[in-house]
Design a protein around this ligand. Structure first.
Ligand code: PLP
Length: 370
């Protein structure tokens, strides 16, 4: 019997093999003026291997290059894959910092557990990012509001078609300089209520950050686009009635009595770190935040009566995005004035200020990279 978390050295040190031909400065500078989202990548990547019985090994920072995968690699068939998403921000003094990477490390372990994968020690998760960001720090985008998007991920690469948890895994980190997620800042988005498709069912993988959840959400997102909406929102799988989340963002509602509400972490919702941070910030301001189920019919009624004044989606990539319009086959409704509301804007600003070192950080969320 092998215990996957036992006997593993957490003090993995990274061998650094610098890229022999990094991108030239003029080319890099050009890319960094308008990087968009997830299209531009830095020169290096972090790699750590896992082998059953041996644990985590062969950690290195190396040139970012295509991977060689055997066509029978388990991930290509049974989708044992998880990922994370966080950002490095530039602080006022020019240094770079990560936001709550310990929370991402913990969530990566939870996701691994659900997908029957080995849990990566937090120290390795955080040091892999620290080392990689340090070596590629010249890739920090020059565009206003830019950041380095950090994408850690892990997948099964055992060459075997049998259905079982794989015995070999690859953990990698890549970096993508990004501007704003939505072009032109964060205008209010329109969302489509998916009535046929669900994202996650009780007992399923909804609380894990795995690629499979995204694969199954794409057809619903395509339906939203077809109906002229920016994003899809999913309802619960049992009653098709309770608001859950967007394909990649959690949802909040703001009421005219100044209270907030967000669906509870019932196991079918991804526990967002932005969600958690906003709850903490709102409560520390004295605002009431309820983590309670909210029905789609109630949403329509509250929006029409004026009881609901604001709604927003949140996640690392886009931070906070106001929701201005909700559409479904039953018709549509607008929220508030259709733009960013006061409480939405204030909470967003508060979070962004902490992330960029412009406001005190009482919760010790900011990790300086150097
Ligand atoms: C990543 C993700 C979120 C947001 O999580 P953050 O930690 O705030 O970035 C929300 N929903 C889903 C489905 C996600 O994958």
């Amino acid at each position: 019997m092998t215990d996957r978390t036992e006997n593993q050295s957490t003090a993995v040190s990274f061998a650094v093999r610098r890229h022999a031909e990094p991108l030239g400065v003029p080319e890099r500078t050009k890319l960094l003026t308008d990087p968009g989202f997830g299209r531009v990548f830095t020169d290096h990547m972090a790699v750590v291997r896992y082998t059953e019985g041996k644990g985590w090994h062969s950690a290195e920072i190396t040139a970012r290059k295509p991977l060689l995968l055997d066509p029978a690699s388990a991930v290509l068939h049974y989708a044992q894959e998880i990922f994370e998403g966080l950002k490095a921000y530039r602080l006022g003094d020019g240094s770079l910092a990560m936001f709550r990477p310990d929370a991402n490390a913990r969530r990566f372990q939870q996701s691994a557990k659900r997908l029957a994968m080995p849990e990566l020690p937090s120290e390795i998760f955080i040091s892999s990012i620290r080392e990689l960001v340090n070596i590629d720090r010249d890739w920090f985008p020059t565009v206003d509001g830019g950041s380095l998007y950090i994408r850690p991920f892990m997948f099964a690469n055992e060459v075997f078609l049998g259905v079982k948890p794989a015995s070999e895994y690859l953990y990698l980190v890549i970096l993508s300089p990004v501007g704003g997620y939505f072009k032109g800042g964060a205008p209010a988005v329109s969302i489509w209520v998916s009535q046929h498709y669900t994202r996650a069912a009780p007992g399923g993988t909804g609380a894990a950050k795995c690629g499979g959840n995204y694969a199954s959400s794409l057809v619903a997102q395509a339906e939203a686009t077809k109906h002229g909406c920016d994003q899809v929102v999913f309802l619960d799988a049992v009653e098709h009635r309770w608001l859950e989340e967007l394909g990649g963002m959690n949802v909040f509602l703001v009421f005219n009595d100044g209270t907030l509400q967000t669906p509870p972490l019932s196991g079918t919702i991804l526990p967002g770190i932005t969600r958690d941070s906003l709850i903490t910030l709102a409560r520390s301001e004295g605002l009431t935040v309820r983590e309670e189920p909210y029905a789609i019919d109630q949403w329509r009624a509250d929006a029409n009566s004026g009881r609901l004044t604001e709604a927003f989606a949140c996640g690392t990539a886009a931070v906070v995005t106001p929701i201005g319009r909700v559409a479904s086959p039953d018709g549509e409704f607008k929220i508030g004035a259709g733009g960013p509301g006061q409480i939405t804007s204030r909470l967003k600003q508060k979070l962004v200020d902490i992330q960029h070192g412009k406001a005190p950080d009482p919760h010790k969320w900011v990790y300086r990279i150097g």
